[in-house]
Design a protein around this ligand. Sequence first.
Ligand code: NDP
Ligand code: ZN
Length: 181
Amino acid sequence: MTTDTADPLALFLGVAAFAAEKHRMQRRRDVEASPYINHPIALANVLKNEGGISDPIVLCAALLHDTIEDTETTYEELRREFGPEIADVVAEVTDDTSLKKEARKRAQVERAHLKSPRAKLVKLADKICNLRDMVDRPPADWSLGRKQEYFDWAKAVVDGLRGAHGTLERLFDEAYARRPR
Ligand code: NDP
Ligand code: ZN
């Protein structure tokens, strides 16, 4: 597998194939149970085609952002396959699974400002895409109140990373403006 950022398209496609394979058995929580890989691809698409971000490390980390958290993938595996820069960004956006859910969610809010610039971009794209999904293809069986809580938590995380990227923050605010009511 190439780790060569001098050929970013080869790297990106290698990463896309890897992420698709890792997420192949997973589905999103919407009624149609969309393929999970749609979500990491959506992040990369937002970053490049709405945010204007061309950094291949960021775009590859976006494709891989849920692999450690939600599949059997390890940090060492990502480092071996794609190099330390990509693996480190993915690790930064991975929750500490030793914490309980409430503590994990609190940690995201409290630690957002500590993230590297690249990790902040991936986080912003993740929250943009999840808020859009929450409106356009919402999780089956979530109450209005639970969706509203999710919007407010996502905003608390993003408020901790403001200053990272004006365009992405505006896109987040536009997504937040559709908060269910
Ligand atoms: P989760 O983190 O469990 O679920 C949201 C995550 O699901 C997203 O961050 C996203 O993560 C993923 N996801 C998968 N499919 C979709 C989709 N179609 N649209 C959007 N996101 C999707 O959320 P919580 O269970 O923690 O709930 C959020 C809030 O609700 C919390 O504040 C919690 O306290 C509260 N809550 C309320 C309950 C209630 O009944 N009122 C019950 C439980 C919690 P990824 O990017 O990783 O795929
Ligand atoms: Zn995600």
